[in-house]
Design a protein around this ligand. Structure first.
Ligand code: ARG
Length: 411
């Protein structure tokens, strides 16, 4: 009897070809697994093409809620954003898909798992590292990495084996979607000087078609996680989907960047992440109110480290566990509301409040009711500036040249 393999299956041309190829060239029985992370898979089409491609079965898992609860929201709590811009939608989805592939392999007694990632990207790294960490005994087949078919060859292969190729025109881009965002690459985008054509975007309106008037939304966080919009408690899927739609309507969350892949190449990427953009801005605004300056400074450093480890496929690592523990600890008092203004491509915090706010009106006000002891400031400043004063007198003023313009101007 042939050994079984579980294939991460999108239902598109490439993974359908991969399904057939795994049988023909590698002799596997293929179980196709389609994971829904909010990318709205075409269930009927996937089933049909899977059957045409000879799959033993085509199975679906709705992982949307787990994706947000256990992958996206912890990353939001950390404000994890890669190279200052990318909220990591694709990168966050991979370890969960990998885990579900492994679970399915165990369930059906498969000896291998497969994915269709190319050999040039980050996604293969994320899948492989996660799979080999969770299940070192499973064989991993990267179909695109191993069969090196061009797009035309894949079409030919599909036609030859009776797999129906989509009647609609294939997108000129390579895209990946889930609830946290949409990633777009290839085609004309490979020229970093070329402006992204409007058809690269699917979720967000161009600024000349966004509403005249701003929209406002009040986001409630509980211990760092978003739990309600405009006072209405919502589950994660509903909450993120609503913000995504609303943000897209106002042209929020378009990102155009050149990023550094783990495999050493720079690539030009387009992202659409309306919900992520709004939530990260709102979360930061609430943290500014509820965390100390020292916590904020440390969190900023951790955010970068956190983003790198997600991007680089190290989700199931001890390093992640440790950073997650720190991040979670910081979120104990990050509860409250942020009112966001959404307008013309921007999501701007307009108001924030919390029962655990560190903002003290009595200390901050310039009006009556001021309780700040202004006289104490003089002594504080004397000591704060003391080392600067001593060093300037003993060293800087005696050095040749005067780059800081310390010396009194000559008459
Ligand atoms: N560059 C992004 C990342 O590494 C997105 C990858 C998108 N994948 C795709 N199949 N288009 O996370």
């Amino acid at each position: 009897m042939a050994e079984s393999i579980v294939l991460a299956y999108s239902g598109g041309l490439d993974t359908s070809v991969a399904c057939k190829w795994l049988q023909e060239e590698r002799g596997y029985d293929v179980v196709c697994l389609t994971v829904d992370l909010g990318n709205l898979p075409d269930v009927e089409g996937a089933k049909r093409r899977g059957a045409e491609a000879g799959a033993k079965s085509v199975e679906f898992t709705d992982a949307r809620e787990d994706f947000l609860r256990y992958f996206v929201f912890p990353a939001l709590a950390a404000n994890a954003v890669y190279e200052g811009q990318y909220p990591l939608a694709t990168a966050l989805g991979r370890p969960l898909i990998a885990k579900l592939l492994v679970d399915k392999a165990r369930e059906v007694g498969a000896t291998a798992v497969a994915h269709g990632c190319t050999g040039k990207g980050n996604d293969q790294v994320r899948f492989d590292v996660a799979i080999q960490t969770l299940a070192p005994d499973l064989t991993i087949v990267g179909t695109a990495r191993e069969n090196e078919m061009t797009r035309d060859e894949a079409m030919e292969y599909a036609a030859k084996h009776g797999i129906s190729v989509r009647t609609t025109v294939e997108s000129p881009y390579s895209t990946d979607e889930n609830l946290w965002g949409r990633s777009v690459e290839c085609g004309v985008l490979e020229d970093p000087w070329a402006a992204p054509p409007e058809d690269a975007y699917a979720w967000t309106k161009p600024l000349d078609r966004t509403p005249e008037r701003p929209a406002h939304v009040e986001i409630t966080f509980k211990e760092g996680f978003p739990v309600a919009l405009d006072g209405e408690e919502l589950g994660p899927v509903e909450l993120v989907q609503r913000l995504s739609d609303l943000g897209g309507e106002h042209g929020i969350g378009r990102i155009d960047m050149v990023e550094d892949r783990l495999v050493g190449i720079k690539s030009r990427e387009i992202y659409e992440a309306p919900a992520a953009t709004i939530l990260i801005e709102a979360h930061k605004a609430l943290e500014a109110l509820t965390l100390s300056k020292l916590q904020l400074r440390m969190k900023e450093r951790v955010a970068q480290e956190y983003a790198d480890l997600i991007y680089n496929g190290l989700w199931f690592s001890a390093h992640h566990r440790d950073l997650a523990a720190y991040t979670q600890s910081t979120q104990r008092h990050v509860s409250g509301d942020v009112r966001m203004r959404l307008w013309r491509g921007r999501a701007v915090p307009e108001g924030r409040r919390s029962d655990e706010s560190l903002y003290s009106y009595e200390l901050a006000t310039y009006g009556s009711g001021d309780q700040f002891d202004q006289k104490a400031a003089a002594g504080f400043i004397k000591l704060w500036g003391l080392p600067v004063q001593v060093q300037a007198q003993r060293q800087l003023l005696r050095e040749p040249g005067d780059p800081l313009h310390l010396a009194a101007p000559e008459e």
